[in-house]
Design a protein around this ligand. Structure first.
Ligand code: CP3
Length: 358
């Protein structure tokens, strides 16, 4: 531990991502991309092929740190995002999680009080500590000006996988359980919320400079359920992290929130709002202007994969619409595996060379 009299190793280095999350409108804006480490990079595929499973990669600090650094070396993004997965929390709680090649995650689904009772909050540290070691290595190896983003999934989104046992486009299993047995569902949300607070706290103590909460499936809930299962647990996480680590800003990403985005920002008190691909630029701008939140997004990952003059035009249009607001350039969802790496280089060049915003 550092003593309070020693200067922080980061003293004097103001990270651009952090300035924007504190409300500054920096130009050109900082840029990083969701899933910037991943299968579109040949160097990632090489490391991935050296391990037997995806979770093994997440739990091997030297390799997880290496794949986190790969896109930073190539593109010099303003932020690195810890390489891990939102399903580390159910795995650490003792639910069986597997990643099937080409098919995505599979979990032994939880549908009853007795299945819920098997989850063990006290067991999480064994797996979480490997992730914290990755964070420590990264904070040492990254350039000081590159912010390190820690993350977790939001309780609602994580619960959709825990109850459904796999990804689905309508989250029917979790929505049904929440209607049929709201008490059991609330207990599940409480366990995931408590684990998420521990997990994010550990990441900040290990060196994360900012945090993002991924709520990928926030968009399918009626307003009462949105308030109960998306806003309330996220508010609990944000409030507790802000109490413990007031210097560490938090970005919420309630994908699909649509008309609920403003109430999400006001109620959760996140410092940053990740906006999905369908959010109109004028709404993103209005959210920043009206609530003071820093907005992040929202280029379509499929446009990045397609490239060409349409990509250039949309990047320029986004920059023009957001100039003067606290804005972080990003995608509206994660990079898709067939994205040519040179399109990412082009995107970064366009963002960095913006001067007039026109
Ligand atoms: O962004 C980054 O570079 C950091 C790492 C990161 C991963 N997953 C790595 C990953 C992050 C932040 C995530 C978040 C995540 N994981 C979300 C929320 C964001 C979103 O995309 O909506 C969700 C829903 C998951 C759960 C998950 N993990 C799914 C559904 C899948 C399978 C789909 C797929 O793309 O294969 C994963 C696997 C996964 N997580 C991969 C990576 C790089 C690919 C697995 C591999 O390399 O074999």
């Amino acid at each position: 531990m550092r003593s309070p009299t020693q200067p922080s190793p980061l003293a004097g280095t103001k990270q651009r991502l952090i300035s924007v999350l504190q409300g500054e409108a920096l130009w050109p804006p900082p840029v990083w991309l969701m899933r910037q480490a991943g299968r579109y990079l040949p160097e990632y595929r090489e490391v991935r092929a050296s391990v037997s499973g995806f979770l093994e990669l997440c739990y091997t600090p030297a390799l997880a740190a290496e794949v986190t650094l790969q896109p930073i070396r190539r593109y010099g993004f303003d932020a690195a995002i810890l390489f891990s997965d939102i399903l580390v929390i159910p795995d650490a709680l003792g639910q069986r999680v597997r990643f099937l090649e080409g098919e995505g995650p599979r979990l032994d689904p939880i549908g009853s009080e007795s299945e819920l009772a098997r989850l063990d909050l006290a067991a999480t540290d064994e797996k979480f500590s490997r992730v914290y070691e990755t964070v420590q290595r990264l904070r040492q190896d990254l350039p000081r000006e590159t912010a390190l983003i820690g993350f977790c999934g939001a309780p609602w989104t994580v619960a959709t996988y825990m109850v459904g046992g796999e990804g689905s486009s309508d989250q029917a299993a979790a929505r049904s359980l929440a209607y049929r047995d709201p008490q059991t569902f609330a207990r599940l949300i409480d366990i995931v919320t408590a684990a998420s607070i521990d997990y994010l706290d550990g990441q900040v103590r290990a060196g994360a400079d900012a945090l993002q909460i991924f709520d990928s499936w926030a968009g399918n809930l009626p307003d009462g359920e949105f308030a109960n299962w998306v806003v309330a647990p996220t508010r609990r996480i944000v409030a507790e992290l802000q109490r413990r680590h007031p210097q560490t800003p938090i970005i919420g990403f309630p994908r699909g929130a649509g008309a609920n985005a403003e109430s999400y920002v006001r109620a959760t008190e996140v410092e940053g709002l990740g906006c999905d691909t369908a959010t109109p630029l004028r709404q993103m701008r209005a959210l920043a202007d009206q609530t003071g939140v820093a907005v992040q997004g929202n280029l379509d990952p499929l446009l990045l994969a397609a490239g060409g003059p349409q990509l250039d035009a949309r990047v320029r249009g986004t920059l023009a619409a957001m100039r003067g607001a606290p804005f972080i350039f990003n995608l509206g969802h994660g990079i898709v595996p067939h994205t040519p790496p040179e399109h990412v280089a082009r995107l970064v060049e366009l963002v960095r060379s913006t001067t007039t915003g026109a």
